[in-house]
Ligand binder design. Structure first.
Ligand code: AMP
Ligand code: GLY
Length: 421
């Protein structure tokens, strides 16, 4: 079959790497992709948000399955448009993508289905929001309702900080429309983990747990990023906890959406806090995480493509995925300066030495092929050096040994990924 992957990051490289290995895949395209993805797929020069362009390409090239990596095209309705054109799309409809696109929508579903989450209220008026914050006290969390490129959340340790965040969103409108509704919620205390599952509208297929690192620097210092590393599985999630996450959180979510006639098809990525009262839902994403996808794909033993197809066809109950019973670690290498301003175009060497074993894969997150086949950095997060081994420590050592092979003075990575686990 002919498959198109949409996106250009490490997540999409990992998806292409898995899909290209499937005997079901005859031709693989990626729009827009990157230099690493070009080893697995034919690159197509169409932006991930160009819904018209992607639909036209999929029709013209008789694509059988489109796998959507990032949330932006889903929120723009790419899956709906492909469905109208009779093309299978792995990823939720525009309405179901509201689970990530609107925190108020997610919270209302939690209310309807008794899903454990932080206590909250929504606000559109500054005075009412501030009065609520003063009544509740700090710490407290202020969230823009819509997508604000990861910047819409303030974990306020004082009431003054919370009030400033309210002013920013409602008075100064720094998030535009995305911040015209605020969700103000209780601060949840406990370690954070992620859990991934596929859904076909009715049935869920559990994948695995993971943990990621959002801050730029060691010991969780420095600014927030898209993710500087990840590992899977999380040692904090045993079989009992996994069962509880599925029963109390994931299952009622898929059920609740189906009851609202918004069947969820795709991957559910639950951000959870393990509180003293059990797991509570922090947020949903309607796509794989990046770099969590890299560690999941490293650990997956089964062919991914039948599972993606079954999700599209409402047949997930027929799928039984096999996993390596081991651990995987991804260390992200970013351009110096990221997540602040940085320069593009520096040259990366040593990639084939780093990638030389079957337990290590260097996924590309933002690279470009320069002159003379040189690989150039072309973004903030550039590589995801990923390894798997019998346990976390082994996987971590393998990943950092591979990092040491990479000759890229303009790049940096955290040294403590999976170190504290
Ligand atoms: P989000 O964009 O919703 O993932 O939030 C970004 C980060 O803020 C999360 O990864 C958490 O570390 C933190 N956070 C969000 N909501 C809460 C909460 N209710 N309690 C504690 N921390 C939170
Ligand atoms: N690693 C966090 C994310 O993909 O949103």
């Amino acid at each position: 079959m002919r498959i198109l992957v949409v996106g250009s990051g490490g997540r999409e490289h990992a998806l292409c790497w898995s899909i290209a290995a499937s005997p079901l895949c005859d031709a693989l395209f990626c729009a827009p992709g990157n230099a690493g993805i070009a080893q697995e797929a034919t690159l197509v020069d169409i932006a991930a948000e160009d819904v018209d362009g992607l639909v036209a390409f999929a029709k013209r090239e008789s694509i059988d399955l489109v796998v959507v990596g990032p949330e932006a095209p889903l929120v723009l309705g790419l899956a709906d448009r492909l469905a109208e054109a009779g093309i299978k799309a792995f990823g939720p409809s525009q309405k179901a993508a509201e689970l990530e696109g609107s925190k108020a929508f997610m919270k209302a579903l939690c209310d309807a289905k008794d899903i454990p989450t932080a206590a909250y209220r929504t606000f559109t008026e500054v005075d009412a929001a501030k009065a609520y914050v003063r009544a509740k006290g700090a710490p407290i969390v202020i969230k823009a309702d819509g997508l604000a490129t990861g910047k819409g959340v303030t974990v306020a340790s004082t009431v003054e900080q919370a009030e400033a965040a309210i002013d920013q969103a409602l008075t100064d409108q720094v998030f535009g429309d995305a911040g015209s509704v605020l969700v103000i919620e209780e601060f949840l205390e406990g370690p954070e983990i992620s859990y991934f599952a596929l859904a076909d509208g009715k049935t869920i297929l559990p994948l695995a747990s993971a943990q990621d690192y959002k801050r730029a620097l060691d010991n969780d210092e420095g600014p927030n990023t898209g993710g500087m590393g990840a590992f899977s599985p999380s040692p904090l999630v045993d079989t009992d906890l996994e069962r509880r996450i599925l029963k109390d959180i994931i299952k009622p979510t898929v059920e609740g959406l189906a009851e609202q006639d918004v069947p969820f098809l795709g991957v559910l990525y639950a951000g959870l806090v393990l509180t003293a009262d059990g797991p509570k839902l922090l947020e949903y994403n309607v796509r794989f995480g990046d770099p969590e996808c890299q560690v999941l794909m490293m650990r997956l033993k089964s062919d991914l493509v039948p599972a993606l197809l079954a999700a599209c066809d409402g047949q997930l109950k027929k799928i039984d995925l096999r996993w390596y019973d081991d651990s995987a670690v991804c260390v992200v290498m970013a351009t110096n300066g990221y997540p602040g301003p940085y320069e593009k175009g520096s040259i990366i060497k040593g990639l084939s030495a780093a990638d030389g074993s079957d337990v290590v894969t260097v996924f590309h997150a933002a690279t470009r092929q320069g002159e003379d086949h040189r690989i150039e950095a072309h973004g903030g997060r550039v590589l995801g050096v990923t390894a798997h081994g019998d346990d976390l420590a082994t996987a971590r050592d393998l990943a950092y040994q591979a990092v040491d092979q990479i000759d890229w003075p303009e790049g940096y990575c955290r040294k403590d990924i999976a170190g504290s686990a």
